[in-house]
Ligand binder design. Structure first.
Ligand SMILES: Cc1cc2nc3c(=O)[nH]c(=O)nc-3n(C[C@H](O)[C@H](O)[C@H](O)COP(=O)(O)O)c2cc1C
Length: 193
């Protein structure tokens, strides 16, 4: 795997953050957890609507077991050592007028990225997930309209990659990215695929 490298200068945390699967099973403190949510709440959003809501559960609780049960088998393989599991839910309507918020998912995504960056700053392992049962998540956690499930998140203390089962062990390292030229277009949209 090639090293991550910036084509242009960016804040070190942007490249330093990555979604480590290897977690030790040790607890995440209340201070660490609240620091994650503190970061999450400062994300920008349309009309400052702040549609993100996090349902979270500590390992050992009935709610953690219920969240773990929603995961696809591949995610269960590494999430066994997650200290905290979360479901990120977004309010799909603005609170100020109950009109549909077209950017609810985008805003929730900005909040998640803040949380992930804060996790990196604290030295935690943080990884998002979409491979889980969204329908059962709604039922299990009584998530009513206008709220919609966006993703799940696993948070833990970093663990030993060597203890991960394959095929995860060999994949658990920082990923690369498309070049800037493939994502930014001056004047006209000319994607290469
Ligand atoms: C919304 C979302 C859903 C994801 N779903 C999963 C998942 O179900 N299982 C998994 O192992 N990783 C999942 N990931 C992690 C991505 O694969 C990972 O972020 C991507 O490969 C980039 O790597 P990096 O985060 O280490 O930079 C998800 C990430 C996001 C943002």
């Amino acid at each position: 795997m090639a090293e991550r490298a910036a084509e242009y200068p960016v804040m070190p945390a942007i490249i330093g953050r990555w979604s480590q699967r290897a977690m030790s099973g040790a607890a995440v403190s209340e201070a660490e957890l609240m620091s994650l949510f503190e970061a999450a709440r400062w994300a920008p959003s349309s009309y400052n609507g702040q549609p993100w809501r996090y349902i979270y559960a500590h390992k050992g609780s009935a709610a953690w077991n219920a969240m773990f049960d929603l995961l696809d088998p591949i995610n269960k393989l590494w999430c066994t050592n997650a200290a905290v599991l979360m479901i990120l839910v977004a309010r799909t309507q603005f609170e100020h007028n109950e009109k549909h918020d077209r950017s609810h998912a985008l805003n929730a995504g900005a909040s998640w990225q803040n949380l992930a960056l804060q996790g990196h700053a604290l030295g935690l392992a943080v990884r998002g997930m979409q491979d889980f049962d969204y329908v059962r998540a709604v039922e299990s956690f009584n998530i009513r309209e206008p709220y919609a499930v966006q993703m799940m998140i696993a948070v833990g203390q970093p663990g030993d990659r060597a203890l991960l089962p394959e095929p995860l062990r060999s994949k658990d390292s920082p990923t690369l990215r498309k070049p800037v030229a493939a994502i930014a277009f001056e004047n006209a949209f000319t994607p290469d695929n």
